[in-house]
Design a binder for this molecule. Structure first.
Ligand SMILES: CC(C)(COP(=O)(O)OP(=O)(O)OC[C@H]1O[C@@H](n2cnc3c(N)ncnc32)[C@H](O)[C@@H]1OP(=O)(O)O)[C@@H](O)C(=O)NCCC(=O)NCCS
Length: 205
């Protein structure tokens, strides 16, 4: 019977999403690529997530204070899960299939449901830079975002000097659509931002 019901439910879900865009993250969208599992970041990952998110190379262009300790990181992780349960954002931990190690994270947040739009963010431990792993993970998340969750456009906001991030974005098809001058205040200074967007038809695979 389920083979009859599933396509019907799926069709209604697609129609609903086209009329009332609200991606559903409550049922966690676990994903997979050739080398990675993309799964929820849980309490047990707090130390590793803390290590990645406080690494000086990772935070170089982030312009926000890193967590002071693992307890602060754990609190943040729980807030991230709570936001997912309210369909406000979704985050994936990137885990190597070969070892199970979490090497980074990738998420969609700052949803603008009225316009079928969201913002992406990501980070990876420097030990794994330059191996194409973030490109692999991002391409899978983009498939999910456009085909399953039905986003129409995605945004990425970068520090103007973050060459690695900009190279990654351009590689998958993002285009720079804005340059904001002194729109960001951190540590007593106003900094600039480059704003990138992606439509499904711009994707480069
Ligand atoms: C952004 C980040 C995930 C990119 O990781 P990565 O390991 O370079 O990703 P990939 O290996 O998938 O490479 C993506 C592409 O960018 C290119 N690239 C990476 N760094 C580059 C640089 N400094 N200059 C030019 N190209 C660069 C890579 O060569 C690759 O292209 P290629 O496959 O054609 O060679 C990583 O640098 C990171 O975690 N940075 C810190 C966190 C961060 O800045 N997050 C984004 C905030 S906006």
């Amino acid at each position: 019977m389920s083979w009859v019901l599933f396509p019907i439910v799926d069709t209604f879900r697609s129609i609903y999403l086209r009329i009332m865009f609200e991606p559903i993250f409550e049922i966690y969208p676990a994903l997979e690529t050739e080398r990675l599992f993309l799964t929820e970041i849980v309490d047990a990952d707090a130390q590793r997530y803390h290590d990645i998110r406080t690494n000086s190379r990772v935070i170089k262009f982030m312009d926000r204070d890193p967590d002071k300790n693992v307890e602060e990181t754990l609190k943040k992780l729980r807030e991230i899960t709570a936001a997912r349960m309210k369909n406000e954002s979704v985050n994936w931990g990137l885990r190597l299939k070969s070892s199970g190690e979490m090497i980074g994270d990738l998420g969609i947040w700052r949803l603008d449901n009225k316009h079928f739009r969201g913002e992406i963010g990501y980070s990876m431990h420097p030990d794994y830079y330059g191996k194409g792993l973030m490109t692999e993970a991002l391409n899978r998340v983009l498939d999910y975002a456009f085909q399953d969750a039905k986003f129409h456009s995605l945004e990425a906001n970068t520090h103007p000097d973050n060459e690695s991030s900009i190279a990654l974005l351009k590689k998958v098809g993002f285009k720079q659509e804005a340059y904001f001058t002194e729109n960001y205040y951190y540590n007593g200074k106003f900094g600039d931002s480059r704003i990138f967007s992606l439509l499904e038809r711009w994707r480069i695979k």
